[in-house]
Design a protein. Structure first.
Length: 162
């Protein structure tokens, strides 16, 4: 297993599907589960301890601390995805994910940053995988080409206005 995604609630799936889609587009093996740091702490523990994932992505809303709890059970990289929820629109989740005590690091993405979490996991995996590194370079090249194409369309439209 390359990446394990753990979500605090089934309602997080709508956002985290983007991470799964991104990982699969790179042919990265992924596993997904729902386990709450507060409601099912033993399940979180068992999932992390029994996983052979190289990278964990943990997503939760509110001040759930799921990424930090996952990080406390492993020495493998943990990427936190804070999720938006009421009443603070994800600020509480962001702060609980990014404000980790020294010694237990969690890489923190933007609120709702599932796609970037997946890409960051791919970057971590690509360090030791030349094939994955090449796929990542091709992905970046395609992004450049897409932006350039959009720019050309705008420039053409702009010139037609003058």
């Amino acid at each position: 297993m390359d990446v394990a995604i753990i979500m605090g609630s089934d309602s997080d799936w709508k956002v985290m599907q983007k991470a799964v889609e991104t990982l699969k587009s790179f042919d990265v093996e992924v596993d997904v589960t729902v386990a709450s740091a507060h409601r099912t702490p033993q399940k979180v523990h068992d999932f992390v301890k029994n996983s052979d994932a190289k990278v964990f992505i943990a997503a939760a809303g509110m001040a759930a601390h799921l990424a930090g709890v996952v990080a406390s059970f492993t020495t493998r990289p943990v990427v936190g995805v804070p999720l938006s929820s009421e009443p603070f629109q994800g600020l509480d989740a962001l702060l609980s994910t990014v404000q980790m005590p020294g010694g237990i690091p969690v890489a923190t993405m933007a609120v709702g940053g599932a796609k970037n979490a997946a890409l960051f996991a791919v970057e971590i995996l690509a360090v030791g995988d030349e094939s994955l590194s090449k796929k990542l370079s091709a992905y970046r090249k395609k992004m450049v080409e897409e932006v350039e194409s959009k720019s050309e369309k705008i420039q053409k439209s702009f010139l037609e206005m003058n």
